[in-house]
Design a protein around this ligand. Structure first.
Ligand code: GSH
Length: 207
């Protein structure tokens, strides 16, 4: 098996976390490199696009979270083999990426602009995305986003919903998901209680 090195920030979330989780669930050994915020400026120039996550496969480096998710998803048995189901899985991951990027763009801006942009997101696009995720989840049976089983799309949405409900995003009510897309909360709980996911976070807490 190829030697894998996954590099991302030193916290249990964000764009790098679905791949960490997928590799863990699949029992795929990998080097889990975590970059502390203070070390990022020095490390930044070593990354191809000044961003993480990055993945090395036998020393060959690649970038882009969803590309990495697909690759590790295939290794871990968490990516559909059927083309249509794979398309559904990709759609969800890319839509989650779209809305996460819009929210992420509000992190390092001044307070006035942050409030205005986030309130606009809540009144418009963010709510729309959540409703659409819920509609798509219903359309695939209500439990998982594709292939009637856990895939990397579920892990990507799991991280997004955890972020939105965590309360760390000022001006985005932490009960927004519960109010506009309650099935996504049920989905979140389903993924959180997956034995390998629950075990992973127990272990991370103890570390
Ligand atoms: N399209 C890229 C975006 C990567 C990205 O923006 N990563 C963020 C962390 S989640 C980053 O490295 N930010 C640090 C910076 O921009 O200085 C992907 O999906 O991997």
């Amino acid at each position: 098996m190829a030697k894998l090195k996954l590099t991302y920030f030193d916290f249990d979330g964000g764009r790098g976390e679905p791949a960490r989780l997928a590799l863990h669930i699949g029992g795929i050994p990998f080097e889990d490199v975590r970059i502390a915020g203070k070390d990022w400026p020095a490390f930044r120039d070593k990354t191809p696009f000044y961003a993480m996550p990055t993945l090395e496969v036998d020393g060959r480096g690649v970038t882009q979270s969803n590309s990495i998710n697909r690759y590790v998803g295939k290794l871990a048995g968490l990516y559909p083999k059927d083309d249509w189901q794979a398309l559904l899985c990709d759609e969800i991951m890319d839509a989650a990426e779209d809305i996460s990027t819009r929210i992420g763009n509000t992190i390092n801006i001044d307070e006035g602009a942050k409030k205005k942009t986030r309130e606009e997101l809540v009144a418009g696009r963010l709510t729309r995305y959540l409703e659409q995720f819920q509609t798509k989840l219903k359309a695939t049976g209500g439990d998982y986003f594709s292939d009637a089983r856990l895939t990397v799309a579920d892990l990507k949405i799991f991280m997004l919903i955890r972020w939105l409900r965590s309360g760390v995003l000022d001006h985005i009510p932490k009960d927004l998901v519960d109010r506009v897309a309650p099935l996504l909360v049920k989905h979140f709980e389903r993924v959180a209680s997956h034995p390998m996911v629950a075990e992973y976070y127990q272990r991370r807490k103890a570390a």
